[in-house]
Design a protein around this ligand. Structure first.
Ligand code: ADQ
Length: 493
């Protein structure tokens, strides 16, 4: 497996893992210690890699200044019995700035989410993107054998699959999961070096997206921009340059059982101390938003709907508080800095407008919340608001559902998320940009009869437990086995 960085700042990792504190990968004396992964995909991959005794190749912290051959860049995990190897690729500050904060997050992220006006293609960023993809591909080639499976994660590696394909044995299986949307052809047309990216991902034997729409967009882009490729849309198979790629839609899940368990063990004292910290009265009706501070997440639109709701419903003043938990992310990029400023000033303005001595409508925090606090909040929230303008999947939605162990929470879900395609029929659907409609849905959620709330939540919970992280991993590996046997049957191409 190869992976790039987490999506949030080091102190608040987006996969929900605890921050690396006293036992970081690199201890002060330059010996190596290892943290257990505690959340998200990391936690899903760890047991799989232990079982198959594989190699996990990831971007190191760049502080170590180890060269590639340094043994400290090959760490046995777990440290005592070394089931698998963690192979770190150290990137210089310039590489991180150009590859990660550059082409990955100033070009591919906005483009794949349709924010073409935010695309910033700085000179050298694509060259660095290629160089870093090459470094990962070389590391993969050093480790892959004829029966290895290589599994790449996300948009940070659009070029690596072809590089890998060309340097590993024919029978090695190369797969990738693309965690964000694939844009329409009209949008993708504006992607710098788009043709190279398509050729790159078509080095995979298997390419996974969350939902059908992204898979179909991808196939349409290949048809339009790589005319020599053969695209079988029904079977979702592409042949290009003598190589075949199968494209699948497999929506990712969360470790539902562990959210359920954490929510059940959340104590009243824990919740009370959070409410005390945020100055919220115990019996307040709670709305909740949990997001990385990212311009795709629709936070200002959500605030506008809350403002409209407060204008129209004076009886809810003093009774309803919206908690917005935001996690700082990619702050080196100006668009993120501006977005953070906008969100903070809107919160301030709305609070000034409606607050009383005892109450304010919005509690905004950028604090790190450990998973116990997060689950306690999810469980307590009466209404969860997930309102991205675009989102590949949105795992927060599933985390909320899995943590709603009392079965009485209500979910407002944007119809522009991957999550809506799998869960939308039992949530309350919102168009995040329709302020009036959104405010109306919030009113409807708050006045929904308890039996309807329970019924909807019950169905949502069944779905989220069915599609959990384990089941997603199994589906990935089932597909990998299937393409592997297909490669075996057709022989070298
Ligand atoms: P993200 O854009 O990061 O992921 P999301 O799927 O919601 O979006 O995942 C965020 C994760 O960060 C969640 O697990 C959440 O609990 C965690 N988190 C956020 N704030 C936190 C906090 N303060 N404390 C602790 N944990 C916090 C990208 C895509 C998504 C896709 C995922 C997975 O953009 O669309 O669902 O990858 O494929």
């Amino acid at each position: 497996s190869a992976s790039a960085a987490d999506e949030s700042e080091p102190e608040t990792r987006a996969d929900g893992a605890a921050p690396e504190t006293e036992t970081g990968v690199l201890a002060g004396d330059k010996s190596v210690s290892v943290d257990e992964p505690t959340g998200g995909l990391t936690a899903g991959l760890d047991p799989v890699l232990q079982q198959v005794e594989g190699t996990w190749i990831a971007w190191g912290d760049g502080e170590a200044d180890f060269d590639v051959a340094d043994e400290r860049n090959r760490v046995a995990v777990p440290p005592d019995d070394g089931s698998y190897t963690l192979r770190r690729i150290d990137l210089s500050e310039e590489a991180v700035d150009s590859y990660y904060y550059g082409f990955s997050n100033r070009v591919l992220w906005p483009l794949c989410h349709g924010f073409t006006d935010l695309v910033e293609n700085r000179s050298n960023d694509f060259d660095w993107y290629r160089t870093v993809n090459e470094r990962f591909a070389e590391a993969v080639a050093e480790n892959a054998t004829a029966d290895s499976t290589v599994w790449l994660q996300d948009y940070h590696f659009a070029l690596a699959p072809r590089m890998i394909r060309e340097s590993v044995p024919q029978s090695t299986t190369v797969a990738q999961f693309w965690h964000i949307p694939w844009p329409t052809a009209t949008t993708f047309q504006r992607c710098p070096s788009g043709g190279q990216l398509l050729e790159g991902v078509l080095g995979n034997d298997l390419l996974g997206f969350h939902v059908d729409r992204y898979a179909d967009n991808f196939l349409e882009c290949v048809r339009r921009f790589l005319p020599s490729a053969t695209v079988d849309r029904d079977r979702r198979i592409v042949s290009y340059g003598g190589h075949t790629t199968r494209v699948v839609a497999t929506p990712m899940g969360v470790d539902a059982a562990s959210y359920d368990q954490d929510a059940r063990s959340a104590s009243q004292t824990q919740l009370s101390s959070l409410f005390e910290k945020y100055d919220i009265a115990e019996d307040t009706v709670i709305g909740l938003g949990v997001d990385r501070l990212d311009y795709t997440k629709g936070i200002p639109e959500r605030l506008a709907a809350i403002e409209r709701f407060l204008e129209r419903n004076p009886t809810w003043h003093g009774e309803f508080t919206f908690i917005q938990k935001a996690t700082l992310s990619r702050t080196d990029i100006q668009a993120y800095e501006r977005y953070g400023d906008l969100v903070r000033s809107e919160v301030e303005r709305i609070n000034q407008r409606f607050r009383t001595r005892e109450w304010k409508p919005i509690v905004y925090t950028e604090d790190y919340l450990d998973s116990d606090d997060l689950c306690a909040l999810y469980r307590r929230a009466d209404v969860m608001v997930v309102s991205p303008l675009v989102d590949g999947m949105n795992l927060v939605t599933q985390e909320y559902i899995a943590s709603s162990v009392d079965g009485d929470g209500t979910l407002l879900l944007s119809d522009r998320t991957g999550a809506h395609e799998t869960l939308g029929s039992h949530a309350i659907t919102i168009d995040p940009t329709d302020t009036d409609g959104f405010a109306g849905r919030l009113e409807a959620a708050l006045s929904m009869p308890p039996h309807e709330r329970k019924q909807r939540m019950n169905t949502l919970r069944n779905r989220v437990f069915d599609m959990d992280l384990d089941s997603w991993m199994e589906t990935q590996f089932d597909w990998i086995r299937r393409v592997r046997s297909e490669i075996g049957q057709t022989g070298p191409q």
